[in-house]
Design a protein around this ligand. Structure first.
Ligand code: ZN
Length: 154
């Protein structure tokens, strides 16, 4: 297949082994600052996925809590395939440091008693949340943290 514009469209999703954290893109801006986009993959592509209330609650809680640990977080957004998230950082690539940020934020999600901004004022679908499902997905991914740096199946 010819190369495509989106980096992850050039990744063979049959060859990866989830969960993992990998650098999906690096962009050096005109004034020299660097943006790094990480692929935070929860689910094995094309064999499992997260339900939308879990995706939505992970998105809200991670986006809010990660900023307590780092000023470099630019964005945390779900993949449309519901198998993971993209984390955009205003920093050069550093997978081990990012894994620690993700793990610390996952601990926040596990300790949360409510989803931030899960209401009609602050969200576009405030009823579409499940903290329990989010915590279950995060616990499962966190239990495999030791292998997050392994992206491709052997
Ligand atoms: Zn929302």
């Amino acid at each position: 297949m010819p190369p495509m514009n989106v980096e992850s469209f050039n990744l063979d999703h049959r060859a990866v082994i989830a969960p993992y954290v990998r650098v999906a893109d690096v962009k050096v801006l005109p004034h020299g600052d660097t943006l790094t986009k990480y692929d935070i993959r929860f689910c094995q592509p094309n064999s499992e996925h997260l339900d939308m209330p879990a995706v939505h609650s992970i998105e809200h809680t991670f986006a809010e809590c990660a900023r307590n640990h780092s000023d470099e977080v630019v964005d945390f957004s779900p993949m449309g395939c519901q198998t993971g998230f993209y984390l955009l950082m205003a920093a050069t690539p550093d997978v081990p440091a990012t894994i620690e940020l993700v793990a610390r934020t996952f601990e926040d999600i596990l300790n949360a008693t409510a989803v931030p901004a899960a209401n009609e004022v602050q969200c576009g679908w405030g009823a579409n949340h499940s903290l329990e499902a989010a915590q279950s997905a995060v616990a499962a991914m966190l239990s495999k943290k030791d292998t997050w740096e392994e992206v491709m199946a052997q």
